[in-house]
Design a protein around this ligand. Structure first.
Ligand code: NAD
Ligand code: GLY
Length: 358
């Protein structure tokens, strides 16, 4: 097992990454001061696979466990699901020192974190992420929230968990497409912060895709350490944390324009990263070789790298303009100068349209 610490003063917490951690959950929760009542928030997909062992592990450690099942899917990351969680916490008489466990992907993690942030003005919660995306990204850093019909993640709070517990043994049941989509965020960490991680991925891609336990553990731990470092420098995304949005400006626009039904988030980000690298080249910030390596790794991972021909740059840019990262008519891009080095750059809609590669 590897442990990474997120250093945020009194809001600091450990991230444990390893194999076979779910059956040891009770002991880890006790180590961070949880006791008494625990609510596990999850969905039917995860319930069928992992809920029993998790409930068993917590009960064996003396916790009084209740499980809250929400329907599976991004469309349920909303205020209704939040009400279901609050109702149960109230019915079970949860108090300020009772804790909630998020057992699932980013949807469950974001919802549970926001419930924890707001119930009784804040109770402890623990992230137990079960998708690759949630393990390397959404479970770390304390962004919590729900969607509104007018947009994604419009209601939320920064609220850090007490612990992130990553068991790599849940990954074999994750649908392949979901795993590959999560890889986009791993590749992103290499591009924005760590040329060694990027080269390691180039060399070990086959082993990672084959879920070689040791490799997966190392790559997830390295990704979490990078995210932790970024969050420590800028917890509330005043500026620096937005380097994590590399590839997301085009990615979000692609998701929105296609009604969130065609691309998984990581797939759209993969296309966005190639576009961001390509714009970086056009702006004279990075060289051909960096763009080539980024495109090559993304393609080799099985991720898309091109904007589909039916999506036209002007439409994409319109979608970016309604995103929260635009101001004064210009759009903030995270661009790369080399693998491992990024910079911010503001571009006009006309510049973006002319530089997006169809
Ligand atoms: P998800 O939570 O919808 O999970 C994807 C699917 O995989 C679901 O059907 C889920 O039930 C299933 N699943 C999960 N783990 C499984 C396993 N081990 N075996 C089999 N099936 C499994 O999607 P996601 O990609 O994990 O998360 C997406 C969400 O994360 C979005 O709402 C996004 O806004 C949010 N997000 C948040 C942050 C943040 O910083 N808070 C960052 C990135 C994304
Ligand atoms: N996923 C972006 C962030 O946590 O800031």
């Amino acid at each position: 097992m590897r442990t990474i610490k997120v250093n945020l003063g009194e809001r600091s917490y450990p991230i444990h990454v390893g194999a076979g951690l779910l059956p040891r959950m009770g002991e880890f929760l006790q180590q961070v001061g949880c006791r008494g009542k625990i609510a596990i928030v999850t969905n039917p997909t995860i319930t069928a696979l992992y809920l029993k062992p998790v409930e068993g592990a917590l009960s064996r450690s003396g916790f009084k466990v209740t499980s809250v099942l929400l329907p599976d899917g991004e469309e349920h990351k909303n205020l209704n699901s939040l009400s279901v969680i609050y109702d149960r916490l109230i019915a079970e008489r949860f108090e300020r020192d009772s804790a909630i466990v998020a057992l699932g992907g980013g949807v469950i993690g974001d919802l549970t974190g926001f419930a924890a942030a707001t119930f009784l003005r804040g109770i402890p919660y623990v992230q137990v992420p079960t998708t690759l995306l949630a393990q390397v990204d959404s479970s770390v850093g304390g962004k919590t929230g729900v969607n509104h019909q007018e947009g994604k993640n419009l209601i939320g709070a920064f609220y850090q968990p007490r612990l992130v517990l990553i068991d790599v043994e849940v990954l074999p049941t994750l649908p392949r497409r979901e795993f590959v989509a999560g890889m986009a965020e791993v590749i992103k960490y290499g591009i924005i912060e760590d040329p060694h991680l990027f080269a390691f991925l180039e060399q070990n891609l086959a082993g990672f895709l084959a879920l070689s336990s040791e490799l997966v553990e190392e790559i997830i731990a390295t990704s979490c350490a990078i995210k932790a470092k970024v969050v420590e420098k800028d917890e509330r995304e005043e500026n620096y944390r937005s380097i994590l949005n590399f590839g997301h400006t085009v990615g979000h626009a692609l998701e929105a324009l296609t009604g969130y039904g065609r691309f998984l988030h990581g797939e759209a980000v993969a296309v966005g990263m190639v576009q961001a690298a390509s714009i970086s080249l056009s702006q004279g910030f990075c060289d051909e070789r960096s763009l080539g390596r980024i495109r090559q790794l993304i393609t080799a991972a099985g991720l898309p790298s091109e904007i589909p021909p039916d999506i036209k740059p002007p439409g994409l840019v319109k979608s970016m303009e309604v995103d929260k990262k635009s101001s004064g008519g210009r759009i903030k891009f995270v661009l790369c100068e080399a693998i491992g080095k990024t910079r911010f750059h503001w571009l006009s809609p006309e510049e973006i349209v002319s530089q997006l590669k169809a």
